[in-house]
Design a protein around this ligand. Structure first.
Ligand code: COS
Length: 384
């Protein structure tokens, strides 16, 4: 399996591992309590080119393969999940639509700025009445001369507080809807008629913020249709392709968090076992660790295999959904078992076990709930 990793990607992964251990872990709790990532850390992530992981070198990024990218995300999620969210949303779902389907002018304008971390990107699909059922969105764009006039509301948009532009999916043909009636736009933050709401008060991911976006007669130039006017009506496909990739990276995040929790549990049990009087206690803990390790092993194989298949040019729509479904549900089980192992200590903020428990729960929700993944998997397989 290690043959699929290029030397350069392993070297980048190792640098990120060191960065996590030396710079991010020491401030993980601080980010949770202050609900923000210090700007000097964002600067360090810029210098490491982490905002350009998946962006090709010709546009200033690192140009990692899917395998290389998931290796990095796996390391980056062995700490507070917000660091990965800040990077991964911008370099992932926020800008991948431009990379996949944008015009050359759009790629040249936006991707180098995302890669350098000068600009942050976000992805806006979800609406108050359209979360999982993405085909029910109602934000509407109407063409008037050289501008589209957009009205509607998006919600739960990660990076809403800090994004400079938003890849936004809206309706342009109410009859065709998801079958040729949705279009992807680039909405810059200072566009007239575009308003960003206050950060939501969430259960977890405290250092990463979601907001509402409101479009009130928002005037967007024709050039901001991703891919240009020939791509009007193709926005649902752009969004789905972006999510196919995003679901693999979500698997990597869930795996990284699970591995970190497992490592914490091993260290905790080794510390505690010295004081246990009965061998039964040790065996109970050993059985839990064995189950965790087995699940993590299975998750890693399916994730690496699917990422590698994508890098070979294969369509991995249902594999990506399988990875997201399995890895994110596993992370939830592992966080719950970690709480069992740490007992009262795990319930304390300073242990950070309770933070992981709250944060990994989101992995089962964003970029498509577990139920959505089951729909995608079964539909794809039945179609085959
Ligand atoms: N890649 C490329 N094209 C795709 C695709 C994919 N993965 N999935 C669907 N499409 C295409 C279809 O081929 C179809 O094209 P045609 O009109 O040419 O036939 C079009 O998109 C519409 O597809 P479909 O009819 O399957 O749409 P549905 O409304 O039935 O889609 C699902 C249902 C579940 C796939 C979709 O609503 C979904 O993924 N929802 C979850 C959204 C989500 O993850 N939200 C989280 C918030 S975003 S962070």
């Amino acid at each position: 399996m290690s043959d699929i990793f290029a030397e350069r990607e392993k070297e980048i992964r190792d640098r990120v591992k060191q960065f996590v251990e030396e710079q991010l872990n020491p401030i993980s709790l601080q980010v949770e309590l202050e609900e923000r990532i210090p700007e000097e850390i964002v600067d360090k992530m810029r210098v490491m080119k982490l905002f350009g992981l998946a962006i090709p070198e010709e546009y200033g990024g690192l140009g990692l393969s899917t395998v290389g990218e998931i290796l990095v995300y796996e390391e980056l999620t062995k700490t507070n999940a917000c660091f990965r969210s800040r990077i991964g949303t911008s370099n992932g779902i926020g800008s991948m639509g431009i990379l996949f389907d944008g015009t050359e002018e759009q790629k040249k304008k936006y991707l180098p700025r995302v890669a350098s971390g000068e600009w942050t990107a976000a992805f806006a699909l979800t609406e108050p009445s359209a979360g999982s059922d993405a085909a029910s969105i109602s934000t509407l764009a109407v063409l008037e001369g050289d501008h589209w006039i957009i009205n509607g509301t998006k919600q739960f948009i990660t990076n809403g507080d800090c994004a400079d532009f938003f890849t936004t999916i809206v309706v342009t043909d109410e009859k065709k809807r998801a079958q040729g009636g949705f279009t992807a736009f680039i909405i810059e933050r200072d566009t007239p008629g575009f308003f960003v709401g206050a950060p939501d008060n969430k259960m977890g991911m405290k250092g990463s913020h979601t907001t509402e976006l409101v479009f009130r007669n928002c005037r967007v130039p024709k050039e901001n249709v991703i891919g240009g006017m020939r791509m009007v009506g193709q926005g649902f496909k752009t969004a789905m392709r972006v999510l196919d990739k995003g679901r693999l990276t979500m698997g990597a995040c869930a795996l990284g968090a699970s591995q970190k929790l497992f490592d914490m549990c091993v260290a905790h049990i080794k510390r505690k076992a010295k004081h246990w009087k009965s061998g039964d206690d040790l065996q109970a803990a050993q059985f839990v660790l064995a189950d965790m390790a087995t699940e993590i092993y299975a998750a890693r194989q399916m994730l690496y295999n699917s990422a590698w298949a994508r890098d070979q040019g294969n369509n991995v729509t249902h594999e990506a959904s399988m990875v997201k479904l399995f890895c994110t549900e596993m992370a939830d089980r592992i966080a719950d078992r970690a709480m069992d192992i740490f007992e009262d200590e795990g319930y304390l903020k300073k242990s950070q076990i309770e933070m992981y428990l709250r944060d990994v729960r989101l992995y089962r929700i964003f970029e498509g709930t577990s139920e959505i993944q089951r729909i995608v998997i079964s539909r794809d397989l039945l179609r085959e």
